[in-house]
Every structure is written in structure tokens, then in C-alpha cells.
Design a protein around this ligand. Sequence first.
Ligand SMILES: [Zn+2]
Ligand SMILES: [Zn+2]
Length: 238
Amino acid sequence: MIDYHIHSEFSPDSNAKIEEILKKARERGIDNIIITDHFEVVKGDHEFKFNVEEYRRTMEKFCLPVGVEFGWDGESPIDVDLKNFDFVILSCHVFKNPINQESYKDYLERLLNIINKFDSYHVLGHLDFPRRYSKKFEPFSKDLYPIIEEIFKKVINDGKGIEVNTDSMLKYGEPNPSFEILKLYRDLGGEFITIGSDAHKAEDVGRGVKEATKILKELGFDYIRILNGEWNAIKIGC
Ligand SMILES: [Zn+2]
Ligand SMILES: [Zn+2]
């Protein structure tokens, strides 16, 4: 099993020790993990940076690839070389309140703008992210699918992938993005997917991954990408 989205104490919102994460992963039979701590380049209070050299050394000490969840608002100047990382999840955590279809639309437009300006990443993180914070976990309306389609076409053309983030599986039974949106990605020829729990505590490592993987297979995905020095595809369910 795989988990390619985990936060450790290098993130401002996690206290998880790397030793604990590795222990939990072993106990759960997760043999392939990447820790992806927040590096957030945004305007305002949520900006967050860690010492990249220290981070690299730590991951290497544990024989882990050097992963990062790079958060960007699409505007703030980027002063980090993303080539220092083996695996980059590109995420946007900025969205407008109140959360409704209008703010979903604004979020997607921001994402599209981001990927039009920036390509130092491997996968686009949790595409319908604001849904997690909406009152009734309202899905993105089909009216927004043309923008999502445009995002996916760009991602696929650029040779990038998307991540299936299972944090919301326990909340409302779907990952980010939703199964319907993942189906759209598949229909457009999207094949490059990684999967991750977005755990901020060691006990959450691998949460939802098995359940989501089963459904991915039903949606027509045959492979999940893993990083073994280079990117390889492993068959789902094997
Ligand atoms: Zn995130
Ligand atoms: Zn995360």
C-alpha cells in the first residue's frame, strides 16, 4: 500500500514525529510513503517556510524521498527552488468565503491561473479542496466541469498528474477530488495519479487509501504512480 501525502512536525499544523509515522506505516502494511510537509507561499498569516536543507537531510536520514506540499496563491513571489524536492504536490489552500458554487468557481479559476504560470510540480493536490469545509460537503456543480476540464487538459498536456487525497473519505465517503471528477479526468485520458491520506497525525497514516483505491479501479484506473528513483506505475490491487 501507498501513502504519498503525509505531514510531520516540519508542518505548522502537525506534531507527528517521523519515527512514529514510519512505525504506523509499517504496522499497517504501507510499504511506500512520502512525507510532504507544507511550504506555503501566500499573502498573509498562512505563509510558512521550513529550512529546506535541514528538511532534505532529515528525509535522507530516514531513506525517504524528499516530498513537499507546495502551497501557492498564484501571486506571491516564489523564493524556493522546487528542484530541491523529489516529489512536489502543488496545492492551493486559498478560497473565498462563504463557501458556495461561486467560491468553488473562483477557486478553480485560481488553480487554472496557477498551473498556467507554474510547472515545477508532479501532481496537483486535492482539486475540490474547499468542499471539505463547506457545510454539507456540497459537491462541485456540473456547471463548473468545463473549467475542471480545462485544468485537466493542461495537467495531462504538461505530463503532470493529480493526487487522490483521501482525507475526506471518512467525512463524506469521497476523496478530493470526488469520484465524479476523477471519472472526468479518466475520460480525458488522465492516467497519472498518486494517492495520499493527508495525515497530520501518525495514527491517520494510510486512512481511506484502501477504500478509495478499490473505487478507482471501478472507475477504470489500472495504475497508481510510485516513485522509485524514477516514476513507475504499479497495477492497482497488486
Ligand atoms: Zn493541502
Ligand atoms: Zn496536506
